[in-house]
Design a protein around this ligand. Structure first.
Ligand code: CA
Length: 230
């Protein structure tokens, strides 16, 4: 699927020319010929970039740019017939990413569209956080997705089992009393008591240990509590 570009332009000949060039470069292109339609489509649909003319029937480019920026950070390339307008747009700080004065060559437009899309992808790409993973021997805990894999095989955990296992694995070799664990994982208002901890530890062991009577991960420290052994 090609990237989607919205052209907001009331001069049909210009809009069609821009569309042809962008389509030849593999983009999907839509044209809106009034400000109102342009704004509504830009907000409702998933365009990757907007080419926005300044002087339009209905809402003008200034207002459209401002309103798109309130909700979206896609690149906006503003176009005007007057050099003075470009200076004005810059001065207003509306958040447009680029400005072009008409007439411009369609290939110049394509080059700028590509450059802004590439820059935007880099920004978005760098903003994506990797899942937070805890890996200890054969156990892999994906904290972000809340999934647990034992030797590559996914196991299902209840919310509290997951929280308890994760808490212990995040604090390896630290001995916690049942009271501490109960307080940490179940809040004070919870119904239950420290026996709940014992029950959950048992259930977790059934899922992660090869031999529950000889646990390799969560050790019982008699008379004290539990620890995750590394
Ligand atoms: Ca115009």
């Amino acid at each position: 699927m090609g990237k989607k570009i919205l052209i907001v332009e009331d001069e049909t000949a210009i809009a069609e020319l821009e569309k042809d060039y962008l389509e030849l470069s593999g983009f999907e292109v839509a044209i809106a010929s009034t400000g109102d339609v342009g704004l509504s489509r830009a907000l409702k649909e998933d365009f990757n970039l907007v080419v926005l003319d300044l002087m339009l029937p209905g809402l003008d480019g200034f207002e459209i740019c401002r309103q798109i920026r309130e909700v979206k950070n896609i690149p906006i390339l503003m176009v005007s017939a007057k050099k003075d307008d470009i200076d004005k747009i810059r001065g207003l700080g509306l958040g447009a990413d680029d400005y072009m004065t008409k007439p411009f060559s369609p290939s110049e437009l394509v080059a700028r569209v590509k450059a802004h899309l590439a820059r935007y992808e880099r920004l978005i790409g760098s903003g994506v956080k990797e899942n937070e993973i805890i890996e200890i021997r054969g156990i892999k805990i994906d904290k972000t997705a809340r999934r647990v894999y034992i030797n590559g095989e996914e196991k299902t955990f209840t919310t509290k089992e997951f929280d308890l296992l994760t808490f212990l694995a995040e604090n390896p070799n630290h001995v916690f009393t049942k009271e501490e664990l109960f307080q940490k994982i179940w809040d004070m208002e919870s119904i239950g008591d420290i026996a709940t901890v014992t029950v959950h530890i048992k259930k977790i062991r059934e899922k992660i240990e090869v031999n529950t009577s000889k646990p390799q991960y969560i050790e019982t420290i008699w008379g004290v509590g539990y620890r995750f052994k590394v």
